[in-house]
Design a binder for this molecule. Structure first.
Ligand code: FAD
Length: 462
């Protein structure tokens, strides 16, 4: 059992937050996005929050926690939405809020401390003529360390693919959870030992990612006859080499009509929508493509229509922000993340629309995937009960050939991967032999014999 009192005393020289309200707040993320996780995780709370000022302090804090068998869960900004940053076994939340520095900007890369907020990083880079390749729609608050440890993709994916695409992360520096914590630099394939590992096998202190010459991006919103037409147009924009694009998203008609609050004057009821970020130089090619399409109408172009309006960037209506916008209007909404069979995507859209109606409202994000443009589905789901949601997932997988990346699960295995990543597990054996980092998030560590079963969630007890 961890010895909280002596551990707390040993941590006295660090920035320790013991205010119960703020400990509770720092023990939560956007888990409430999921009605299932909302029921499961409401009582989760750390014992204290410690915020290291630099890497030496990370090492010292981890050594103390290791000596006292104290669980440690790392927190960036806490914008993850599967309870990833929630300390299931209590203990210390290690908050990276002080480690926000930009270490170095090179011609093709940036090195930053893991607590750097992505939007601040992009602003710093833009001042020098560069931009990030990839960022989540939570860029205004999310940290680069949290994105790499907990995120998967985002704005930029249509140019560069997601975080798993080789080259999109160049180096991860992490600190191990041992009696004498080590500093390890991961490069090449080794990066995936710690990328998207929810901090279970090391505390990331520094990352190196590629950067590119900055382009002048312009938001545009296009209305289309229906969702299939939006998707066809999205694939056409994706395939058009004369258009530089940073984001392509498509939405079924209900979504812009009900949830694009600041854009209502640019939304035509009954129309589906395509939201894009394209370079200013690509606007003529984009408008030519739209003009040639009888099913599409350009409804909004930021350079032409924004004027003095205070409009939120369109990416804050896309990716996982679509669900947030919907939830704010209608608390009965939740969502899924899934991949439809790409070769029969229009048949799948038609079947899903016919069979599920407004229980499953389509939203796609477009990405480079294995050398081609692919649509990732993040549909809104009208939630009625946990049992129905589980049934819906099982139906989609069994009868519609859909792969669901279940966002209503807290573990690495049950969410994206559906199986244990042996490289991550082996690495954890070396870097966290006591299993103190973010307990309960890697099933294979806690229960190597656990076999996934549809509808059954892994329940961590400590
Ligand atoms: P946190 O939530 O604090 O942490 C995420 C995970 O990483 C946790 O397991 C945590 O323990 C671990 N971690 C954090 N920092 C470190 C570190 N230094 N070392 C080791 N482990 C660490 N995600 C996407 O990928 N793309 C999107 O477009 C996207 N859109 C979103 C929209 C909304 C409205 C919401 C609520 C979430 C969205 N997300 C998205 C999820 C999340 O916002 C991002 O993944 C974000 O980058 C997480 O960063 P964070 O700093 O908030 O991480």
């Amino acid at each position: 059992m961890p010895d909280l009192a002596t551990c707390r005393a040993a941590l006295a020289g660090f920035d320790v937050d013991e205010n119960p309200r703020s400990i509770q707040q720092k023990s939560r993320d956007f888990y409430w996005y999921s009605p299932i996780l909302k029921d499961q995780l409401g009582a989760v709370c750390a014992d204290l929050v410690v915020s290291p000022r630099n890497q030496d302090e990370v090492i010292a804090i981890l050594a103390i926690c290791h000596a006292h068998d104290m669980p440690v869960t790392v927190r960036g900004a806490g914008t993850g939405n599967y309870g990833q940053a929630m300390p299931l076994a209590g203990g210390v939340v290690l908050h990276m809020k002080h480690m926000t520095g930009v270490v170095h900007i090179g011609e093709d890369h940036v090195i930053a401390q893991s607590g750097a907020v992505l939007k601040d990083l992009e602003t710093t880079l833009r001042a020098q003529g560069y931009e990030l390749r990839l960022f989540p729609s939570t860029t205004a608050t999310a940290t680069i360390g949290g994105f790499i440890a907990g995120g998967s993709s985002g704005i930029g994916a249509i140019r560069w693919g997601g975080l798993r695409t080789p080259g999109n992360i160049r180096r991860i520096r992490l600190i191990t959870m041992e009696a004498a914590p080590r500093i390890i630099d991961l490069t090449g394939e080794d990066i995936f030992k710690a990328a998207h590992a929810y901090g279970v096998n090391g505390v990331i202190t520094e990352v190196e990612v590629p950067i590119d010459p900055a382009l002048d991006w312009v938001d545009a919103l296009i209305g289309t006859a229906d969702f299939a037409a939006a998707t066809r147009l999205a694939f056409a924009i994706g395939a058009e080499s004369s258009i530089d694009k940073r984001m392509i998203s498509t939405f079924a008609p209900e979504i812009p009509a009900r949830y694009f609050n600041r854009y209502t004057e640019f939304v035509t009821p009954g129309e589906a929508a395509v939201a894009v970020m394209v370079s200013r130089d690509s606007l003529p090619a984009l408008t030519a493509l739209i003009d040639a399409n009888p099913d599409a109408t350009l409804r909004f172009r930021a350079d032409r229509d924004k004027g003095e309006r205070r409009l939120t960037a369109l990416y804050e209506y896309a990716w996982n922000h679509t669900t947030l916008r919907a939830l704010k209007v209608d608390p009965s909404i939740t969502y899924l993340q899934m991949m439809l069979p790409q070769d029969t995507i229009y048949d799948s859209i038609a079947r899903l629309e016919a069979d599920f109606g407004d229980e499953l409202v389509m939203h796609f994000e477009f990405t480079q995937f294995s050398g081609r443009v692919a649509a990732v589905a993040m549909p809104l789901v009208r939630y009625t009960s946990a049992a129905r949601l589980e049934q819906l997932i099982a139906l989609l997988e069994a009868d519609y050939g859909v792969t669901v990346f279940n966002p209503h699960r807290i573990t690495l295995e049950e969410g994206g991967m559906k199986k244990t990543d042996p490289a991550q597990l082996d690495f954890k054996r070396q870097t966290d032999p006591k299993g103190l980092l973010n307990p309960g998030k890697m099933i294979a560590w806690t229960d190597p014999d656990w076999v996934p079963e549809p509808g059954r969630a892994f329940l961590f007890t400590h």
